[in-house]
Design a protein around this ligand. Structure first.
Ligand SMILES: [Zn+2]
Length: 278
């Protein structure tokens, strides 16, 4: 893969998108290597749409872990995504550290965040799946016990898009293409859909092409953890791409983002995001 990318570098931006567009969404039947692409938080409506747009263009199953706050901000968009069968899992209502919250408020404090997410989704008619991911990855036995009592299964990650604060070093992106470095039979990739992670959705097509070339099957968290069959309706998912955040009658046409060359480590954070790397 490496040498091929090097050869294709001048054409990579075009090649990555084309490769992703023509790549099958899953490897041959019987594949034992699985990758789950997951996206947390959901503070950027645009990046939520663009992640779904790339997923639809490549028919690649993905999983979201939005906060309850995001469900509240973009209820119609999340409902369209959930109705299409793209799993939406629990990332708490307000994104606190659950270990810190347990220390201060005990089990009830943790329960209100996780059950609050479930209640909110129910009240907004947004289908959710019984998996949870602790904000900041902070969990312990106490927090886990509360989540289990609510029927929630923990879902952490094995590699990331490096799209959180530590990605900047000497004004240059570090671990830029970490998302493509997962190995083993079950890879869970953590990404974010919030305002400063434009590069995540721009990298997505290339990351998909990378795992596809290495024989991975793309699965949702539900499929990876419990073998639950993925039931994504791609026609509905295509409509979800342009679902308005709040108004079911309005549409917001959205295309997949223009991909960036993930092999170019000289790309600065500023170039990728239009802001300065500090
Ligand atoms: Zn988060």
């Amino acid at each position: 893969m490496k040498s091929r990318l090097r050869t294709l570098r001048p054409l990579f931006m075009v090649a990555a998108l084309i490769a992703a567009l023509i790549a099958p969404a899953s490897a041959a039947a019987g594949s034992v290597k699985q990758v789950a692409l997951t996206f947390d938080d959901g503070d950027s409506e645009l990046h939520i749409r663009q992640a779904v747009a790339v997923a639809v263009a490549t028919q690649t199953p993905i999983t979201f872990f939005p906060t309850g706050k995001s469900l509240r901000r973009f209820p119609n968009l999340w409902k369209a995504i959930g109705d299409a069968g793209i799993p939406i899992a629990n990332h708490t209502v307000n994104h606190p550290s659950l270990t810190a919250r347990y220390a201060v408020k005990g089990a009830a404090g943790v329960r209100s965040e996780l059950q609050g997410f479930i209640n909110l989704a129910r009240s907004l008619n947004i289908p959710v799946v019984p998996y949870w991911r602790p904000p900041g990855g902070a969990w312990n036995a106490n927090v886990l016990r509360v989540a289990k009592s609510l029927g929630l299964t923990l879902s952490m990650w094995t590699t990331t898009f490096a799209d959180t604060a530590p990605m900047c070093k000497n004004r240059t992106i570090v671990s830029y293409n970490k998302a493509s470095s997962g190995t083993g039979t079950k890879v869970v990739v953590l990404g974010h859909v919030y305002p400063y992670t434009a590069q995540t959705v721009k990298l997505l097509a290339a990351v998909i092409a990378n795992y596809d070339a290495r024989g991975y099957e793309f699965v949702t968290i539900s499929t990876m953890v419990k073998g639950t069959a993925s039931n994504i309706n791609w026609a509905k998912a295509a409509l979800a791409v342009s679902a308005h955040a709040t108004d079911p009658k309005k549409r917001v046409p959205t295309n997949p983002p223009v991909p960036i060359d993930h092999t170019n480590t000289k790309y600065t954070f500023a170039q990728a995001n239009g802001i300065t790397c500090r």
